[in-house]
Design a protein around this ligand. Structure first.
Ligand code: HEC
Ligand code: HEC
Ligand code: HEC
Length: 112
């Protein structure tokens, strides 16, 4: 019984992750609209390319609902939300002026 349970957990969570990507929820990038240039968050990039497990972010840092967490740039610079990783150790530093553009994309029409 216990063994089947231990085997089932990764299987079910694996299927869940698969179906989320397959079904499209996680394939659609999240766009944080912003006057400073919209910020695009990609689950595909973070999870598949950079191997960040769901549990690194959910539910500790972010709710599983777009727009549910209210945060500002100051929160990120204070090491919260995206800033848990984007602080120069686990991922590029959000305080470095050269990195703003990695998250904030110029509005369409403007050239980079
Ligand atoms: C690097 C951090 C990170 C990782 C890893 C991550 N997520 Fe998310 N996820 C987010 C953020 C940020 C949001 C938006 C939260 C908000 O706006 O308050 C989100 C939102 C979601 C949503 C809601 C989408 C919507 O349109 O409302 C679902 C579902 C979700 N995540 C599932 C997952 C699953 C399943 C995994 C693992 C395969 C995963 N996430 C991995 C950061 C992450
Ligand atoms: C890791 C990604 C990331 C980086 C790097 C980043 N930002 Fe942001 N920034 C965000 C997100 C996400 C928001 C939007 C928060 C929201 O709308 O909920 C935001 C919001 C903002 C805002 C809107 C007002 C506010 O305080 O929320 C300003 C201004 C801003 N950022 C400036 C900057 C500057 C200047 C830099 C570089 C020094 C920078 N950002 C780097 C992700 C980033
Ligand atoms: C659990 C850790 C973690 C969290 C939380 C996280 N990221 Fe990331 N992110 C990474 C890693 C790791 C990379 C790849 C390494 C790097 O580029 O420094 C990355 C890369 C990125 C890139 C790619 C930049 C490029 O080079 O093109 C963007 C954009 C980005 N993150 C935005 C965000 C935003 C916006 C948030 C918050 C909504 C966020 N990330 C939260 C770990 C995280």
């Amino acid at each position: 019984m216990r063994k089947t349970f231990i085997l089932l957990v990764p299987l079910i969570s694996g299927l869940f992750i698969y179906s989320c990507f397959k079904g499209g929820v996680l394939n659609r990038d999240l766009v944080f609209k912003n006057d400073n240039g919209n910020v695009v968050f990609s689950h595909v990039y973070h999870v598949k390319v950079k191997k960040q497990h769901c549990s690194y972010c959910h539910p500790k840092i972010f709710k599983k609902k777009f727009g549910a967490d209210k945060f500002t740039m100051k929160d990120i610079w204070n090491g919260k939300y995206c800033g848990v990783c984007h602080n120069g150790s686990r991922a590029f530093d959000a305080k470095n002026p050269r990195n703003c553009i990695k998250c904030h994309k110029p509005k369409s029409g403007e050239k980079q």
